[in-house]
Design a protein around this ligand. Structure first.
Ligand SMILES: Cc1cc2nc3c(=O)[nH]c(=O)nc-3n(C[C@H](O)[C@H](O)[C@H](O)COP(=O)(O)OP(=O)(O)OC[C@H]3O[C@@H](n4cnc5c(N)ncnc54)[C@H](O)[C@@H]3O)c2cc1C
Length: 260
C-alpha cells in the first residue's frame, strides 16, 4: 500500500486568436471593442464576453440599431451574463484537468455529471496494479488502530495482486497482450474501490460552475469535496469574473447566481 494525496493539474485552458477575432470584427465594424480588451491573462473571460456580445451585436453602440448603450467594463458585463443566466456563452470555454490519485469512489460520482464534459480515465484493464495507492483522510490517519488494520488489509490485497501476476505468468516471454489484458481485468476486481487512479477531465465553465457547487456542498463525499474545492480555487484564479460570485462557507462553494 502506498499512501497518496488527490492532486489537481490544470493542463489546458482557452487561448484566443486575436488576429482572427480582429478579422471578424472588421467585417461587422466592431474593432474598437478589441482595442479596449486586455489580452492574454484572462482569455477565458474574453471569449465569454465575445460570445455574449456577438449575440446582440453589442461590441459598440449602433452596430445593432436597437442597442444605444453598452457596458464597457468586463466585470460588469460578465456579472450581467451570470445574473441573467445567459449560460450558453459559458459553454465555449473549456478547461482540462488531470485529476490524479483519485479513487474509483470519486470517479463513479464524477461521471454522473454528463453535459459539457469529456473524460479519459486510466484503464485498469490495461494498467496492471503492481501496488495499491490509497488516500486516507486526516481523521483516519489519526486513528492508529484503524490505520494498522487498514494497512494490513491493503498490503494483503497488494500481495495478492503480485501473486496473481506470477501465478498467471504475465511476465513470461511471449505472453500475448490480449492474455495480459484478460487477466489484468480479472485482477482489478480484487482492488478496493478506494484504489487511487486518474483521469483527464475536461469541462466547460457552465458545467464547472454547477459541479463546483454540487460537489463541495456539505452533503457531498469528502474526497470529491476536497478535489472540487481545489478546482474552485483554480477557476477563481483563471477567471475571477466568472467565478468571483461564490462565497465559501465551511468548504461549500455557494454561487451568487445558481443554474446559470
Ligand atoms: C450529495 C449527493 C448525493 C448523491 N447521492 C446519490 C445516490 O445516492 N444515488 C445516485 O444514483 N446518485 C446520487 N447522486 C448523484 C445525483 O443524483 C446526480 O446524478 C449527480 O449529482 C449529477 O448531477 P445533475 O443531476 O445535476 O446532472 P449533471 O449531469 O451535472 O447535469 C447538470 C444539469 O443539467 C440538467 N440535466 C442533465 N441531464 C439531464 C437530463 N437527462 N434530463 C434533464 N435535465 C438534465 C439538470 O438540470 C442538471 O442539474 C448524488 C449527488 C450528490 C451531490
Amino acid at each position: 500500500m502506498r499512501s497518496v494525496e488527490p492532486e489537481v493539474f490544470l493542463v489546458a485552458r482557452p487561448e484566443l486568436d486575436y488576429d482572427e477575432l480582429a478579422r471578424y470584427l472588421r467585417e461587422i465594424g466592431g474593432e474598437t471593442w478589441l482595442e479596449r480588451l486586455e489580452r492574454g491573462e484572462f482569455d477565458a473571460q474574453n471569449l465569454a464576453e465575445f460570445a455574449g456580445r456577438l449575440c446582440y451585436r453589442s461590441f459598440e453602440p449602433g452596430l445593432n440599431a436597437n442597442v444605444t448603450r453598452i457596458r464597457k467594463d468586463q466585470d460588469a458585463y460578465l456579472r450581467n451574463i451570470l445574473a441573467s443566466a445567459h449560460g450558453s456563452v459559458l459553454e465555449h470555454i473549456s478547461f482540462s484537468f488531470v485529476l490524479h490519485n483519485v479513487s474509483r469512489v470519486f470517479t463513479h460520482e464524477l461521471i454522473r455529471h454528463r453535459p459539457g464534459v469529456a473524460i479519459s480515465q486510466e484503464s485498469l484493464r490495461y494498467v496492471r496494479l503492481s501496488e495499491i495507492p490509497f488516500w486516507f483522510p486526516e481523521w483516519a490517519k489519526e486513528d492508529r488502530e484503524l490505520m494498522k488494520r487498514a494497512t494490513a488489509l491493503l498490503d494483503q490485497l497488494e500481495e495478492f495482486q503480485t501473486w496473481m501476476a506470477e501465478h498467471f505468468h504475465l511476465d513470461d516471454e511471449g505472453v500475448p497482450f490480449h492474455e495480459k489484458k484478460h487477466r489484468t481485468s480479472f485482477m482489478r476486481r480484487f482492488a478496493p474501490e478506494g484504489v487511487a487512479t486518474g483521469l483527464v477531465w475536461t469541462a466547460n465553465v457552465r458545467t464547472l460552475r454547477h459541479t463546483i457547487e454540487a460537489r463541495t456542498a456539505a452533503g457531498a463525499e469528502e474526497e470529491i469535496r476536497l478535489v472540487f474545492g481545489r478546482i474552485g480555487e483554480i477557476m477563481k484564479e483563471e477567471a475571477p469574473a466568472l467565478f468571483g460570485d461564490y462565497v465559501v462557507e465551511d468548504g461549500a462553494w455557494v454561487p451568487g447566481w445558481r443554474k446559470v
